[in-house]
Design a protein around this ligand. Structure first.
Ligand code: 6PG
Length: 503
């Protein structure tokens, strides 16, 4: 029997994707430079469901791997982004890969690298990409998959992708849980859809991660207000989050945050969260999203602040020093304000979250326009309803918003969100004001409010800004009473200042 698909790279993601694929009735040929990983994956597939035999078979060289596959071959790459991807591609060329074989990069590659690779490998094989979200458990029992590139290649691999993806109920849109080896689901709607031309899937995944950064930081800010500002214990904050998880804020990230907060430290018995050093790591996708937003001129302050918040967290030594030097307000805890503030915080978190998603979706829309991609935002939101890290009930609301108005410039225009934010904005302000007065930093919650207020403003002080630019650099300005595009300059340095129309 030839295998249906080759999996190269049997780290956490690669191995679990391979196990997911065999659960769905396909035969996998697996390869990793580390032979122990090949053996472990083979063993795991065997022991999980012994009766199905050797459906995941390991190989110890690329030529052997290629020989074992039916043609045109499908190869799933799960190797770290960057040079390793090109290393494997070259090894495949050396091993005799053919021009109609399909190589799928599933890592968090930089989207522009993916566009370049499609060109570089043209004629040698079809370089395709499919970003994956969902971490270890997602990969194993249903991730969200964002395929992009050659459309014929997509049609060839789509049945496997639809089989392994997370599923939602076709009527309610709610995730269908799968958690046992050998189990499959064939009824639900799969969380995968063709995104667009090469690079678009990785761009969309990058923005997913930018939103993920914002979502995570927003929850962390809520924790700090509750813990530091109101004096709630980790366990009490967990209870608040669990309650929120039953309402509008229902999401995977709120759920796991409650879990983390409830966990006791095995060494000291204290809440584990209090023993975890407050320095956050990052691998780059959030940063890329923020950089892209700056390059595109698309405001995404909440996503950018989330990246800065991680950077600020790593300045631990300086923070330790300055915490002794710089003065802040004395935190007064008034027990009577507690419940009001907790309720307001739930509202604020929801509003800020809507803004972070609005930023991410507008960014995708602007880049799509520049790249000439036709992205379907209802479909993108719908494949994030299950499987991925930002999965939440909320993604159904976004799906509905884009189904009603596919051409929305910004999610804040959608009636459902505009109405809810209008209703909740007062509580949001109360939270930001309270945090500021207590000296609790809330860069994401507050930048989102500034984003909301900026979009609410038909006039921003950029009139003064253009005046300043014209003053020192003759950069000209347009006038409110003249057609757009007509440029004017005032001779600021002349004794008698005159207005000049610039042609
Ligand atoms: C996902 C995650 C995943 C990973 C990223 C983000 O969607 O499954 O986003 O891709 O966790 O590497 O991680 P960092 O926080 O390390 O940048």
């Amino acid at each position: 029997h030839s295998a249906d698909i080759g999996v190269i790279g049997l780290g956490v993601m690669g191995k679990n994707l391979a196990l997911n694929i065999v659960d769905n009735g396909y035969r996998v040929a697996a390869f990793d430079l580390d032979e122990a990983k090949v053996f472990a994956a083979e063993q795991q597939a065997m022991t999980e469901v012994p009766e199905r035999g050797l459906v995941l078979k390991g190989f110890h060289s690329m030529p052997e791997l290629l020989q074992s596959l039916s043609k045109p071959r499908i190869l799933l790459l799960s190797v770290p982004a960057g040079k390793p991807v090109d290393g494997v591609c070259q090894a495949l060329i050396d091993a005799g890969i053919e021009s109609d074989d399909i190589v799928i990069d599933t890592g968090n590659s930089l989207w522009t690298d993916t566009i370049d690779r499609e060109q570089i490998y043209k004629g040698k094989f079809i370089f395709f990409s499919s970003a994956v979200s969902g971490g270890e458990v997602g990969a194993r029992f249903g991730p969200s998959l964002m395929p992009s590139g050659d459309i014929a290649a997509w049609e060839h691999l789509a049945p496997i992708w639809r089989a392994i993806a997370a599923k939602v109920d076709r009527v309610t849109g709610k995730p269908i849980e799968r958690s046992h080896p050998g189990q499959r689901d064939t009824d639900g709607e799969p969380c995968t859809a063709y995104i667009g031309p090469s690079g678009s899937g990785h761009y969309v995944k990058m923005v997913h991660n930018g939103i993920e950064y914002a979502d995570m930081q927003l929850i962390c800010e809520a924790y700090q207000i509750l813990h530091q500002g109101l004096g709630l214990s980790a366990a009490d904050v967990a209870s608040v989050f669990e309650k929120w998880n039953q309402g509008k804020l229902n999401s995977y990230l709120i759920g796991i945050s409650a879990e983390v907060l409830k966990q006791a430290d095995p060494l000291t018995g204290k809440p584990l969260v209090e023993m975890i050093l407050d320095k956050a790591g990052q691998k780059g996708t959030g940063l890329w999203t923020a950089v892209s937003s700056l390059q595109m001129g698309c405001p995404a302050p909440t996503i950018a602040e989330a990246v800065y918040a991680r950077a600020m967290s790593t300045q631990k030594d300086l923070r330790m020093q300055l915490s002794k030097q710089l003065v802040g307000p004395e935190i007064k805890r008034d027990p009577t304000e507690r419940q009001t503030l907790i309720d307001a915080l739930e509202a604020a978190l929801y509003c800020a979250k809507v803004c972070a998603y609005a930023q991410g979706f507008q960014l995708m829309a602007m880049n799509a326009k520049e790249q000439g991609w036709q992205l379907n935002f209802a479909s993108i939101a719908s494949i994030w309803r299950a499987g991925c890290i930002i999965r939440a009930g909320f993604l159904q609301t976004i799906t509905d918003a884009y189904e009603t108005a596919p051409q929305l410039d910004n999610l804040l225009q959608a009636e459902s969100f505009a109405n809810t934010l209008s209703q909740l904005q007062q509580q949001w302000r109360q939270v930001v004001a309270t945090a500021v007065l207590k000296g609790v930093p809330v860069p994401c919650i507050s930048s989102a409010l500034a984003y909301y207020d900026s979009f609410r403003s038909d006039t921003l002080p950029a009139n003064l800004l253009q005046g300043q630019r014209d003053f020192f650099g003759a950069h000209t300005f347009e006038r409110t009473d003249k057609p757009a595009g007509e440029k004017y300059h005032l001779n600021w340095s002349q004794a008698e200042r005159t207005l000049v129309k610039i042609d």
